[in-house]
Design a protein around this ligand. Structure first.
Ligand code: FAD
Length: 533
């Protein structure tokens, strides 16, 4: 029987009404942890849950699920240690949020070659330990992303060309279903395979609440390099452009596409290419100049990489090649390649030497993004023109860029050794719901902003909110423009404006069916705007 809407205090009492109860934070000044705990990484959102439940085990989660089922006035959400959902679907005002930030345990089993993790873990908690054991998982680019949300959405990163998306390596999980039951899933068990297939790329929160994941690890290559190859102007922004000619972006894009072709350059473990968006100018698309940065991970020596870079980009002179050895970054192997935060920006633009890219630290900031996937056959010349065209817009201004509004696209390589040669082999008999295995790369349009105290002092011209609305309209333009060489969208780069089916394409109907048959979600608890219905 349903209860009338409980007061927050009554709700807390119900949530704690069990042996070994979880801590519950309410929106009152007495709960001093509430303010920091309610934050999501995307500061465009400011949600205030009625109760934040700091769960530490599956039994506590199961209890919260049964309380939520009896109190539908308080919708349920789940936040891992990361809280990086781009639409902040990990939280909700006036609902119950299960918060896993205190559930951080992991175990590396070198014999079984597995990593067992709980949902509070962010990459920074685990990667140094994986490095020390000389193994890894296909993790992401940013140290603060949560392993659970990342893997459930697919999990693209620096290892993708060589080892695919992280979800492909998910071999076990513990999950709390809609009726509160706790189920252990193993890839070796026939009865668990369909649900595991759904969890490998079907998105966060749709199928239940996971309290453990088992992920296969791989041996690290003997020698790895991180490198940053840039076509950038010195520090004076757009004004410096004419004095520092750069190659047209379309040429750089074309060369990068050849580098990532599935059967090419096996030593290139992974890469993405960042291309900045610019105000529309008088140049043609063929001549359009945009700053570009090629971020890469490479299994080989400095000499081999330098020779490859010279070959890959012959005739397209770059302005910087920074090679970072794994020794230099042993604690933080990967940086947040595809993100420029305000503090990073200062480092990049502080002098004429664009050499140092900051370490893996990332800071929460307001942002919005949308994504598309390149069709299997590639963009071709017309598609490349469409992409560059989308990066030239009247909605982008020099003034906005000066005020620290960052508008750009990152192209994340999928195609490579794993999906070309490994995937159909017997090690991966059960597959994943990630629908973009044969696609060359993701296209991720991004706008980020932040307003520092420095900016405020500089005056109204630097007030970034003067430019944010136009930049958000640019994202809408990028979502809706005619770009037939692309389709679909990547759920981990969540944009609430994209229809849900578009994220999962051919997997969508099967995901719906699996949810209905396995998840016992009669009360429709596992719902947010972009979950599987
Ligand atoms: C700065 C930044 C860098 C990023 N870099 C990359 C990248 O390199 N590659 C990439 O693929 N993606 C990247 N992303 C996207 C990221 O993978 C997704 O936003 C992902 O969903 C974040 O997971 P999370 O656990 O941190 O976030 P959360 O917001 O906590 O969770 C994300 C979703 O998963 C659900 N969820 C969380 N925990 C559980 C659980 N235990 N059980 C069931 N559902 C759960 C949440 O309810 C929510 O819907 C990045 C995002 C940001 C903000």
């Amino acid at each position: 029987m349903l209860t009338p809407k409980l007061s927050p205090k009554e709700l807390k009492k119900a949530l704690r009404n069990m042996d070994n109860p979880p801590e519950v934070l309410l929106d009152t000044p007495d709960d001093t942890q509430y303010e920091s705990q309610r934050q999501t990484f995307n500061r465009r959102f400011h949600k205030r849950p009625a109760a934040i439940v700091l769960c530490k085990n599956a039994e506590q989660v199961s209890h919260v699920v049964t309380v939520a089922a009896a109190n539908p006035d308080y919708p349920l959400r789940v936040k891992s240690g990361g809280g990086h959902d781009h639409e902040a679907e990990c939280s909700i005002t006036d609902g119950i949020v299960i918060d896993f930030s205190e559930m951080k345990e992991f175990h590396i089993d070198k014999e079984a070659m597995t990593l067992t993790v709980t949902p509070g873990l962010q990459f920074r908690d685990v990667i140094p330990h994986l490095d020390a054991a000389n193994v890894s998982i296909p993790h992401g680019t940013c140290e603060s992303v949560g392993i659970f949300g990342f893997t459930l959405g697919g999990g693209w990163g620096p290892w993708t060309r060589l080892h695919g998306m992280c979800c492909e390596h998910l071999v076990g999980a513990t999950i709390v279903l809609g009726d509160g039951s706790i189920r252990k899933l193993k890839a070796s068990e026939e009865k668990d395979r369909e649900l595991l297939w759904a969890l490998r790329g079907g998105g966060g929160f749709s199928f239940g609440i996971l309290t453990q994941m088992v992920i296969k690890v791989f041996e690290q290559p003997p020698h790895t390099l991180r490198f940053i190859l840039s076509w950038q102007r010195p520090h004076d922004g757009l004004l410096g452009m004419t004095q520092h000619p750069l190659p047209p972006a379309i040429k750089i894009l074309e060369a990068w596409e050849k580098v990532i072709a599935p059967d090419q350059n096996k030593q290139l473990i992974g890469t993405n290419l960042q291309i900045m968006a610019i105000p529309e100018d008088e140049k043609s698309i063929q001549e359009s100049v945009h700053e570009c940065v090629f971020y890469g991970y490479y299994a080989g020596s400095n000499e081999e990489l330098t020779a490859d870079v010279n070959r890959w980009f012959e005739g397209l002179p770059w302005t910087g090649l920074k090679i970072v050895t794994s020794d230099e970054v042993s604690q933080h192997s990967f940086s947040s390649w595809d993100r420029i935060s305000t503090s990073n920006e200062k480092l990049r633009w502080a002098g004429k030497q664009l050499q140092h890219f900051p370490p893996d630290v990332d800071h929460p900031a307001p942002h919005k993004l949308t994504s598309r996937l390149v069709q299997e056959e590639g963009l071709g010349q017309e598609g490349r023109e469409n992409l560059i065209k989308s990066l030239r817009s009247k909605l982008i201004s020099k003034e906005g860029i000066k005020a620290h509004l960052h508008t750009y696209v990152t192209l994340g390589a999928i195609s490579g050794h794993f999906y070309n040669e490994v995937y159909d082999y017997p090690d991966y008999p059960n597959g994943s719901s990630f629908p973009y295995k044969k696609r060359p790369y993701t296209i991720q349009y991004q706008v980020w902003w932040d307003e520092t105290d420095d900016d405020k002092e500089k005056g109204a011209e630097f007030h970034v909110y003067n430019y944010v609305n136009d930049a958000l309209d640019w994202i809408t333009e990028c979502r809706t423009n005619d770009f037939p060489q692309t389709n679909g969208s990547f759920i981990s780069f969540k944009d609430s404006g994209v229809p849900t089916r578009q994220y999962f394409l051919d997997s969508y109907d099967r995901l719906r069916d699996i949810k209905e048959r396995y998840c016992k979600d009669e009360n429709n608890l596992f719902r947010s705007r972009k979950t599987i219905p």
